[in-house]
Design a protein around this ligand. Structure first.
Ligand code: SAM
Ligand code: DTB
Ligand code: SF4
Length: 363
């Protein structure tokens, strides 16, 4: 299906973001109704298939080994454990299972082979399967697609300019490269970011501009409110006001009218009324269940109650795209060369300090 895509300049997106809040919510709600059923919300369940011990220095992340956040490193889950979690998630009304791994990038070998089996398994259970495994090569994207992957989550997180202030171990271009690999094999792209990391409004606009300029545009756009975690460089960050969350959701809805806009991390800190405003402003997806990857999230029953109050209903699987077929070729690796990812030559004081502090406390 071809859809009309409007192009947006940075200034135009900023003008949308700066509209009077109630006008912005009204405008976003109108756009939402033109393109989507405003009472339907896509429900995803996140599971952490490989937790902690990550070599990266993402300043927001509790899973970076260097920050000593108390998150224990746990190796890859078994396929049976994934089956059990997927069954539970499906029974609770989730249509998508998103499997997250605390990896910088995917390495060829037994773990990746098992992830491919997990993808095949969950696709066979008629759920939409999403993975977020860090950077992947073209051939790894092909094998994930062949196994039956429906979507790949790879956030750009913020603007290109601010990215250098939060992560020193990889560059923005690495992120875009992986997204290209995902697009090439027709896997749905899920990409968004985080607000509350100390970014400016212009950084938020820069992030939306990056997403708007992806071709094709992302199918889902997660908007996370930072969950500040003890031990990370962002542990003391101010809580992002709900008004900023709603403004960001509404702007994303207007500039990316066809995407699922996901009200993602941070919902535990949001009131029912705040979340209702976000749904009004065009959010139409959530992560449900009492845990995100390592931090808490509202329980299924709390969301069930909220959906009842607001008259929302969970969206069925594969309403926006066909279920992928699993092709046996997912087993054949065509990888011939080692991937090259950048190792940027800059440092970030806050990240170094947090990492040093963790080490001192550990002594
Ligand atoms: N390692 C993979 C990667 O970085 O792409 C996948 C897992 S990573 C935890 C997925 C995303 O979670 C990040 O890109 C970030 O947007 C989000 N995230 C991580 N920690 C967060 C936090 N404390 N608050 C909000 N979002 C967070
Ligand atoms: C996304 O944008 N948010 C999710 C998912 N994609 C992988 C992750 C949120 C993680 C919050 C911190 C944690 O639980 O570790
Ligand atoms: Fe590792 Fe991903 Fe966390 Fe960065 S966001 S530290 S890559 S798990």
């Amino acid at each position: 299906m071809s859809v009309d895509i409007k192009s947006w300049s940075r200034e135009e997106i900023r003008a949308v973001y700066d509209r009077p809040l109630l006008q912005l919510i009204y405008d976003a709600a109108e756009v939402h109704r033109e393109h989507n059923d405003p009472l339907e919300v896509q429900v995803s369940k996140l599971i952490s298939i490989k937790t902690g011990g990550c070599s990266e220095d993402c300043g927001y992340c509790p899973q970076a080994a260097r920050y000593h956040t108390g998150v224990e490193a746990v190796p890859l889950m078994s396929i049976d454990e994934v089956r059990k979690d997927a069954e539970e998630a499906k029974a609770s009304g989730a249509s998508r299972l998103c499997m997250g791994a605390a990896w910088r990038n995917v390495q060829e070998g037994k773990d990746f082979d098992n992830v491919l089996e997990m993808v095949k398994l969950v696709n066979g259970m008629d759920m939409e399967v999403c993975c977020t495994l860090g950077m992947i090569t073209d051939d790894q994207a092909r094998r994930l697609a062949d196994a039956g992957l429906y979507a790949y989550n790879h956030n750009v997180d913020t603007s290109e300019e601010y990215y250098k202030e939060i992560i020193s171990t990889r560059g923005y271009d690495d992120r875009l490269k992986t997204i290209k690999h995902v697009q090439k094999w027709n896997i749905g792209v899920c990409s968004g970011g985080i607000i509350g990391m100390g970014e400016t409004v212009d950084d938020r606009i820069g992030m939306l501009l990056t997403l708007v300029n992806l071709s094709p545009q992302p199918d889902s756009v997660p908007i996370n409110a930072l969950v500040p975690v003890e031990g990370t460089p962002m542990a003391e960050n101010y809580k992002v006001p709900i008004w900023d969350v709603v403004r960001m959701i509404a702007t994303a809805r207007i500039v990316l009218p066809h995407a699922s806009v996901r009200l993602s991390a941070g919902r535990l800190e949001m009131s029912q009324e705040g979340q209702a405003l976000a749904f009004m402003a065009g959010a139409n997806s959530i992560f449900a269940g009492d845990k995100l990857l390592t931090t808490p999230n509202p329980e299924f029953n709390q969301d069930k109650e909220l959906f009842e109050i607001l008259g929302l209903k969970p969206k069925a699987a594969f309403k926006d795209g066909d279920q992928p077929e699993t092709k046996e070729s997912y087993k054949e690796s065509g990888a011939t060369e080692k991937p090259k990812w950048s190792r940027p030559a800059h440092t970030i004081d806050a990240n170094i300090e947090a990492s040093k502090k963790g080490k001192e406390e550990a002594v």
